[in-house]
Design a binder for this molecule. Structure first.
Ligand code: SF4
Ligand code: SF4
Length: 252
């Protein structure tokens, strides 16, 4: 996903370090592995089309662990936290009203819209250092126009056939979509580290929408419930905050 702006200073003391630490180490390991994989891919003639100011993917829905959301939430100032919370409410409305998964994704991209952490002037991510896993492992083997909302829907039948042929002959794709599959798979250890750390610290795992969990990560009632391993209490707190819906919040 979109490239960096200058790094944002982060708080030095993280009260959730036993949960966020493994994720941060996972991010660092992912960056090393992805750089090595990409270098080999490019030596063999592969192309990565992601670059500075490219952000067409920043209106996709993003699923995260609460461990990742805590890292992002800890870096936000009040204005960004308010913008993320407003975005979370639009996500919730979409979850309540979309009749199926396909419509949910389409409406997210077109109506919920771009991530409020995106700087629309530069196309950079204002929280690049603490962006979630999905923003780190999404890379395109074809030009960004194929990442835009509605790209597939707007293609003619001939263009779709051409896209399929192009994807099928492009190394690094899964043969169906133009994203670079091995760079997504390389992030699986980050998901696993987040799951283990949450289970060990809280006795439960919390997953869901990025903006919803980033908002709830700053909610003391919600975090108190999670900290007690009390899934029902955390759910009640999320409900009181107006952000509880099974499609965007999982407590297990
Ligand atoms: S090429 Fe696609 S995946 Fe890569 S940064 Fe641009 S919009 Fe995102
Ligand atoms: S956090 Fe938001 S702005 Fe940053 S890369 Fe992810 S979707 Fe884009």
């Amino acid at each position: 996903m979109t490239r960096p702006l200058p790094p944002t200073p982060r708080p030095s003391c993280d009260p959730h370090a036993r949960v966020t630490g493994p994720v941060e180490r996972g991010y660092a390991a992912y960056a090393r592995r992805a750089a090595a994989w990409t270098a080999r891919y490019q030596e063999r003639g592969g192309r990565v089309f992601c670059g500075a100011g490219c952000f067409a993917c920043c209106n996709m829905p993003i699923r995260v662990s609460l461990a990742e959301a805590l890292l992002t939430a800890g870096a936000l100032d009040a204005a960004q936290a308010a913008a993320v919370a407003a975005h979370a409410r639009r996500v919730l409305h979409n979850a309540r009203t979309a009749p199926d998964d396909e419509t949910y994704v389409e409406r997210h991209r077109r109506e919920v819209g771009f991530c409020p952490l995106l700087d629309p002037r530069s196309g950079g991510c204002t929280q690049y250092a603490v962006r979630p896993t999905r923003c780190r492992d999404t890379f395109s083997a074809l030009p960004a126009r194929y990442c835009e909302a509605g790209a597939w829907e707007q293609m003619t039948r001939r263009e779709r056939e051409s896209y399929r042929r192009e994807v099928a002959r492009t190394p690094g794709t899964d043969g169906e979509l133009h994203f670079i599959a091995p760079l997504e798979h390389l992030s699986e250890p980050v998901w696993a580290a987040a799951a283990r750390a949450m289970r060990a610290e809280w006795g439960l795992e919390v997953w869901g929408d990025f903006w919803v969990l980033t908002t709830l990560a700053r909610d003391p009632q919600f975090m108190a419930g999670v900290g007690r391993g009390d899934a029902r209490g955390a759910w009640r707190a999320a409900k009181a905050a107006g952000l509880a819906h099974p499609a965007i919040l999982e407590l297990d």
